[in-house]
Design a protein around this ligand. Structure first.
Ligand code: UDP
Length: 412
């Protein structure tokens, strides 16, 4: 049987951003239609980077820029080392031994052999594939896109990574607070969501309830939920503590939903450590089900994202888009999405989180008002069309340099 396949076009965004914005973006593509771009990261699913790339690469192709996505291969010990690096970049500790550096660099060298990167623009995401650049004769712009909270990185590790970062033409960070000097230009692109995916599209009440029923999630009491990889920086334990305090005053069900990312070996340990907290009203689910994420973010009375470090926090954006009020940790990119007391609440402790859960559960009007404001914030600032336009501007600026002095752009 013949089936029609269609992926999202820029014009589908017109209902949210208006015809003028669509035309402006279309105009920017005109001189770039010949370009071939490639993105490289370390996982095809799980976590915000994969989420972003799966939509952005399709949208770029649909407007006429050939855009690919490659994933590096790595052994478990490689990913254990890169996860330690990730933690240390976010303020944790690392013993940066010669053995670790050797495994990291060897695996990336091997990846450089089997990946032939000869496109017109190379975008490398996060620290895992960062050293790739050292193994190519650089003829085109290379950009390093770092999605991590870099407000307080381990100094020794940062100096080590800087030797690789310095070879790039530019680095893109999520917010200005992460600015770091490695001798190359820095740009700031906040992530964004695709409103048309299974995770974000509209759902009927029937579809929502069906998904929740499938996982035996009770709907008799208001639901408080956090949807996050099981990661210590997302503070799932703090969420449970805050819920227990709030429950002395308001009754509710807590749902922690998490999935695993291929490049995050710590998730399973953290998930298992939380299971002792399971009870009738504390439900902990480890599953990859994007329709469940959608249903939960819509059904919840309140979504928590009580992170203590957060590069950006797409789960915050996703919940706000669904009109659900969010209580977020007062850190990193969450602060750029939630305006405290206006479209959500920012909190810095378990006690504060508990207090805000109580406030919101007791006040339906406030929930609705904050939810509406949150949705509007996302419509104005955090849809994929905005991120697409930022990339087009970046490509355009490199194009201009190339046209004037072809081949002179930082040749190696
Ligand atoms: N996510 C998911 N299922 C889960 C937990 C998370 O699909 O059980 C998704 C979530 O919806 C979001 C992404 O993973 O799109 C997480 O991105 P975020 O920026 O919040 O955090 P990261 O994992 O990148 O640190």
């Amino acid at each position: 049987m013949e089936r029609e396949h269609r992926h999202i076009q820029l014009e589908d965004y017109q209902q949210f951003i208006g015809a003028e914005s669509v035309q402006r973006i279309r105009k920017k593509v005109r001189n770039l239609g010949h370009m071939h771009v490639v993105n490289v990261n370390s996982t095809y699913y799980g976590g915000g980077v994969a989420e972003l790339l799966s939509s952005l690469t399709l949208l770029m192709n649909s407007i006429g820029i050939r855009t690919g996505w490659r994933m590096i291969q790595g052994s478990p010990d490689f990913f254990s080392i890169t996860k330690k690096m990730h933690n240390a970049l976010q303020g944790g500790k690392i013993n940066l031994s010669r053995r670790k550096k050797k495994i990291y660099e060897e695996v990336i060298y091997e990846n450089s052999i089997r990946n032939h990167l000869d496109q017109d623009m190379i975008i490398i995401h996060d620290p895992q594939p960062l050293p790739l650049i050292t193994h190519y004769k650089k003829r085109v712009p290379w950009v390093w896109r770092c999605h991590i909270d870099l407000s307080n990185p381990d100094k020794e590790l940062w100096n080590y990574l800087c030797q690789f970062i310095g070879k790039y033409d530019a680095m893109i960070l999520s917010i200005k607070e992460y600015r770091k000097d490695c001798g190359i230009p820095q740009l700031f692109f906040m992530p964004a969501i695709d409103p048309f995916t299974i995770k974000n599209r509209e759902l009927s009440e029937r579809e929502i309830n069906e998904r929740l029923r499938h996982y035996n999630i009770p709907t008799d009491l208001p639901i408080i939920a956090q949807v996050s990889r099981f990661d210590r920086w997302k503070d799932p334990e703090g969420v449970i503590k805050a819920f227990k305090i709030a429950r002395r005053e308001v009754d509710a069900t807590l749902v922690l939903l998490g999935n695993a990312a291929l490049d995050d070996p710590e998730g399973e340990k953290i998930y298992h450590s939380l299971l002792k907290e399971r009870e009738d009203r504390i439900i902990i689910i480890s599953r990859d089900d994007t329709a469940l994420v959608n249903a939960l973010q819509r059904k919840a009375a309140v979504i928590l994202q009580k992170s203590i470090r957060e590069g950006f926090g797409l789960t915050v954006t996703e919940a706000m888009w669904k009109g659900t009020p969010v209580i977020g940790g007062n850190v990193g990119g969450i602060r750029y999405q939630i305006k405290d007391g206006v479209n959500g609440f920012l909190v810095s402790s378990v006690e504060e989180a508990a207090k805000r859960i109580i406030t919101l559960l007791k006040n339906e009007k406030l929930r609705r008002r904050m939810g509406e404001k949150g949705k509007d914030t996302v419509r104005k600032h955090f849809l994929m069309s905005r991120l697409l336009e930022q990339y087009l501007d970046l490509f355009g600026s490199f194009e201009a340099v190339y046209r004037i002095k072809k081949g002179v752009l930082k040749p190696s």
